[in-house]
Design a protein around this ligand. Structure first.
Ligand SMILES: C[S@@+](CC[C@H](N)C(=O)[O-])C[C@H]1O[C@@H](n2cnc3c(N)ncnc32)[C@H](O)[C@@H]1O
Length: 374
């Protein structure tokens, strides 16, 4: 099995090379309106934003920035297939303009925009990003009627185009079953608050570069891709940045297209790509290791599980998990500037992991017996 990945360095307001209905899932995080680090981007995109700031008109600046993003959302609605999903990570902003401190509700403006373009909003995820910084509270300290609540969360807005996706043929249904999540992952990933994604590995790009680029942690697009698409699908990120969504698509056996206006990111994307095979296989091993730990605990507390996964031989909770399988990455090559190809193994066993880091025992075992002996 192979997947292909393309990065296009252009403005996402017109994605002419992408055919209507050709994308199964969009996962993205745009520049955030009214967050200072993105002011220049919006001023270049829509020069009227500059005038709004000169006039100290925060409301107008907010609306003009969103009007620029609206063009991209229109494209997102066009390129998505019927039954396809869009997941948009966005945070609100707070800002003082001309002595007026207020909230700029980016998430509700974007939600309305996509709804007006014909997409159906689905229950969203709150990504809780707790900070322990001592200066996190704003305003009048412990004195009432002048302090402000701290923003410690962002959103992942979720939309669907059209009705439910159909899995009409036997082959299609088998592919969906093969792409299943573990029961315990479903319980965590499909809850509406994600407490902390800090645990996700972020060592692919220098921490400062990630901060300056507004990159999200690998785990965020990785989860969304596994939740809302199947292997072999095509994922689009119209604001690709350092390429995190592309990396997650590679790890999850999906094709991808990324659009990014700033050509400077191409070097970072190439650098990330350099270690994709081991990085992804480590991640797969970590999911297997966590499942094994879950099974151990579950059997100890609740007794044997009903079903067995046919690829790994370990117990699973649901019948739907029986055909779940990860495809370890075998090789990765750059085919031309901005284009990559990944080849996957059909053998579920991960072979090129660092054994000291993730000690996954290989071979099928009788897990039920193993645990009962303990
Ligand atoms: C919040 S960052 C995305 C970070 C990305 N999720 C990651 O993990 O690295 C937004 C990105 O959108 C890019 N961008 C801004 N305006 C754009 C436009 N009109 N078209 C395409 N990309 C744009 C910025 O250069 C920036 O890299």
């Amino acid at each position: 099995m192979k997947t292909t990945h393309r990065s296009l360095f252009q403005n996402a307001k017109k994605m002419k090379t992408l055919k209507s209905g050709s994308i199964d899932l969009v996962v993205t995080s745009p520049p955030y309106p009214m967050i200072e680090m993105w002011d220049e981007v919006f001023k270049n995109w829509n020069p009227k934003v500059k005038t709004a700031f000169k006039d100290n008109d925060g409301g107008a600046a907010f609306e003009l920035m969103h009007q620029a993003l609206d063009d991209v959302w229109k494209e997102v609605a066009r390129v998505l297939r019927n039954g396809g999903f869009a997941c948009i990570n966005i945070g609100d902003a707070v800002r003082t303009i001309h002595d007026n401190f207020m909230l700029y509700p980016n998430h509700s403006r974007i939600l309305t925009s996509l709804y007006q373009k014909g997409l159906s909003p689905l229950p969203a995820i709150i990504w809780r990003k707790q900070t322990n910084a001592p200066n996190k509270f704003m305003g009048s300290g412990v004195l009432p009627a002048g302090a402000y609540v701290t923003l410690e969360h962002e959103y992942v807005l979720v939309f669907r185009k059209g009705g439910k996706r159909e899995f009409g043929t036997e082959k299609y249904r088998a592919g969906r079953q093969n792409s299943a999540l573990f029961w315990e992952e479903r319980n965590q990933w499909f809850s509406d608050v994600w407490m902390d994604l800090k645990g996700a590995r972020q060592d692919q790009v220098d921490k400062n570069v990630r901060k300056r680029s507004g990159a999200f942690p690998f785990e965020l697009p990785y989860r969304l891709i596994n939740m809302y698409s199947v292997k072999g699908d095509t994922v689009l990120d119209p604001f690709l940045g350092t390429g995190t969504t592309m990396l997650a698509a590679m790890a999850a056996c999906r094709n991808s297209v990324g659009v990014e206006i700033d050509q400077n990111f191409s070097e970072i994307i190439d650098a990330q790509f350099g270690s994709i095979v081991n990085f992804s296989n480590d991640h797969i091993s970590e999911r297997l290791r966590r499942h094994e730990a879950f099974v151990k605990e579950r059997i100890q507390t609740k007794g044997p599980l009903k079903h067995t996964n046919c690829h790994y031989g370990f117990p699973v909770i649901m019948n739907q998990e029986k055909n779940l399988m990860f495809n370890p990455l075998q090789s990765a090559k750059k085919t031309e500037a901005g284009c990559f190809e990944i080849e996957y193994s059909e053998d579920p066993e991960v072979k090129n992991i660092h054994p000291q880091e993730f000690p996954v025992e290989s071979g099928k075992k009788n897990y039920q017996q193993l645990e009962l002996k303990m």
